[in-house]
Design a protein around this ligand. Structure first.
Ligand SMILES: [Zn+2]
Length: 221
């Protein structure tokens, strides 16, 4: 069953995003497959954050391959924190950006794939996010554009963080960082089972009383 995300950062210009396929699993899915709330919508696809377009493809039709053709009509954006986001299986001939373009957060980059393109069985947006260094969160290592990249579950990056919600820590020793970044200094640790109050989210991190922790190791208490 599709899970509906309450999104903070939209990558589809619709009120809701439904996840038809999650991150990971047996076949190592590197991102999320997203569809709009209503099957009749053909929204624009929006840049997750500001950045520079580093690769695009404009392909029509279905290709059952894992190479670039499999991405169909797609856009890849490099962000200033080193992350790369990819938007795959867009509609042929609808891209509104090209390599080298700078985009703003939320800027339209193309149109949702109705019809779909690339290695895809039906209309959906494949969205993924990867980092150049190994994150604390569970990740999938894969080479992209000749670089070693680490793909993480995009869910906490897109999801709206509920205000002041209590979470339980699921990791044995969870680092608390000064800022919402994996490169920020560690200011403390939380134990498995600790209950924390998260008052905001940013970059996949949740704000707790003394800093920021990865949302991937928190579950609603
Ligand atoms: Zn996918």
């Amino acid at each position: 069953m599709a899970k509906t995300l309450t999104v903070k950062t939209k990558v589809l210009n619709t009120a809701t995003h439904k996840v038809t396929r999650g991150f990971g699993g047996e076949d190592g899915h590197k991102g999320l497959d997203l569809v709009p709330g209503s099957t009749s919508e053909t929204p624009t696809v929006l840049a997750y954050d500001a950045g520079t377009v580093i690769a695009t493809g404009n392909i029509s039709g279905i290709y059952k391959t894992t190479n670039t053709q499999g991405m169909g009509t797609y856009v890849s954006i490099q962000h200033k924190d080193g992350s790369i986001t990819r938007y795959q299986h867009l509609k042929y001939n609808t891209l509104t950006v090209k390599v080298g373009d700078r985009v703003k957060k939320g800027e339209p980059i193309g149109v949702y794939g109705r019809p779909t393109t690339g290695n895809s069985t039906g209309p959906h947006l494949h969205f993924d996010i990867s980092f150049p260094t190994k994150p604390e969160a569970p990740c999938i290592k894969s080479t992209y554009l000749g670089q070693c990249r680490f793909y993480v579950d995009p869910t906490p990056y897109l999801q709206k963080g509920p205000a002041a919600v209590k979470y339980k820590v699921t990791a044995s020793s969870l680092r608390v960082r000064k800022q919402s970044s994996l490169s920020a200094p560690i200011v403390g640790y939380l134990k498995k089972g600790d209950i924390v109050t998260v008052t905001g989210t940013q970059n996949g991190f949740g704000k707790v009383s003394n800093g920021w922790v990865s949302m991937q190791y928190l579950t609603e208490a």
